[in-house]
Design a protein around this ligand. Structure first.
Ligand SMILES: Nc1ncnc2c1ncn2[C@@H]1O[C@H](COP(=O)(O)OP(=O)(O)OP(=O)(O)O)[C@@H](O)[C@H]1O
Ligand SMILES: [Mg+2]
Length: 401
């Protein structure tokens, strides 16, 4: 990584959140920036070095490192033993003795929980990557916390740690998450890991690709699209914009189109999402999208080509609005570089032709731009978090225990 114009990784610089550090216990100080402040100058210098040189810090033996991407719709893990797993972020508990007997499980996860949800107390414990309902102490909070704990422990179980291994995890959370919510995520994780730290999601995506300097990450999730400008430092509030033009928005638009165009067609939003995931495209040339939907119980073919394309297209304008704001408020000398390093991540970035559609819109509005895709959008966050975990010095993890 090249050194940028600012003093970003200056270990002596006070990170913004360092102010909170003295009020919390060392165990609770767990974002990289807080860690740097808490570990003092030596610790901070070690992190800065590791990040600067992208070097593998000396690794403790018998440790399994995990990168976890905790998403509203999907949670993924990437482990240093090579395991990778992703589950839909749903958790369900059998409602009564009958459902418990039928399902033969205390708790169900992912697609299985979704399929059996009528027999379950059903949770989608995360909202924008953090625990739903931050009103600590309320039953809703406690329920979501339990569901999040179970979800994290399940995703870790699927990473297949050996019994004798210590587990050190880095969890990616949205960059603008409040300290209370960070604490909640840490609480949820602690039961399952030996040492844990949080890092901002766009940071981990960019870190995984060695692109920390002048890059604009667009993470297209289900509920939100997060745009984040990276300039060699932890992103601050001014570096980020969150909009709700994302996967769910497209699903709703397509549902609206079908209701208006083919009022006789029957469908659920789940069916719509599956159609979108299979055919989503904003490319000029698309194959016809013809799907079967029931009409009075009988499968009937419908042409959704135009409706799906238009629905996908609705997020392009708002994304470029956000992008323009982040570019135009950046140091003028580096604006061109930023424009030419736009990185698409998240499940929604799999819409075909999206990179070119954004480039086209950028050409008209910003005079140009270059958009890249994450090669593995579903694992960008988890893979990047794993890389952060790897690059942190062992002593760092020891102190977090
Ligand atoms: N092939 C695909 N084409 C288009 N959209 C897709 C595709 N695959 C998944 N998606 C959409 O991506 C979204 C989920 O993305 P992702 O898993 O990154 O979200 P998340 O991180 O769980 O959510 P959030 O970031 O809002 O917390 C969903 O709307 C899903 O339908
Ligand atoms: Mg996400």
């Amino acid at each position: 990584m090249t050194t940028s114009k600012n003093t970003d990784m200056d270990p002596t610089a006070e990170p913004e959140e360092a102010a909170i550090a003295p009020e919390t216990q060392p165990r609770e100080v767990a974002t990289i920036e807080q860690r740097a402040a808490a570990a003092g100058e030596r610790g901070a210098a070690a992190v800065a070095d590791a990040i600067e040189q992208g070097e593998d810090a000396e690794k403790a033996v018998g440790v399994l490192y995990l990168g976890i991407d905790l998403g509203t719709s999907r949670t993924s893990v990437s482990a240093s033993n090579g395991q990778r797993e992703t589950i839909a972020s749903y958790v369900g508990y059998p409602k009564d003795a009958v459902s418990q007997k039928l399902l033969k499980k205390r708790v169900l996860f992912g697609q299985e929980a979704l399929d059996k949800r009528l027999a379950l107390n059903f949770f989608r414990p995360l909202e924008h990557g953090v625990l739903k309902s931050s009103e600590e102490g309320t039953p809703e909070y406690e329920d979501n916390l339990r569901a999040a704990k179970d979800l994290i422990s399940e995703v870790i179980r699927r990473a297949k740690p050996r019994k004798d291994e210590l587990i050190y995890a880095v969890i990616g959370v949205p960059a603008q998450v409040s300290i209370n919510n960070k604490q909640a995520v840490l609480d949820a994780a602690r039961e399952s890991v030996d040492s844990v730290m949080l890092c901002s999601e766009p940071f981990s995506v960019a870190y995984g690709l060695d692109m920390l300097d002048d890059v604009l990450v667009i993470d297209i999730g289900a509920g939100t699209t997060d745009l984040c400008r990276m300039h060699g430092t932890m992103p601050e509030d001014a570096d980020q914009i969150t909009i709700t033009f994302a996967g769910d928005y497209i699903d709703n638009k397509l549902a609206e189109y079908i209701r208006e165009t083919y009022p006789e067609a029957q469908f659920s939003i789940e069916m719509i999402r599956k159609i979108k995931e299979r055919y989503a495209s904003v490319a000029d040339e698309v194959d016809k999208v013809v799907v079967d939907l029931p009409v009075n119980g009988k499968p009937t073919s419908f042409d959704l080509t135009d409706g799906l394309r238009a629905a996908c297209q609705t997020i392009v304008g708002p994304m470029v609005d956000g992008l323009s704001t982040l570019v135009s408020t950046f140091d003028p000398e580096f604006q061109d570089r930023l424009k030419n390093r736009v990185l698409l991540a998240g499940g929604g970035s799999q819409i075909k032709g999206l990179d070119l559609a954004i480039e086209r819109e950028m050409a008209t509005r910003l005079g140009g731009g270059k958009v890249m895709r994450c090669e593995e959008p579903m694992y960008g966050g988890a893979g990047g978090a794993l890389k952060v975990a790897h690059d942190m010095p062992a002593e760092f993890w020891e102190k977090l225990k």
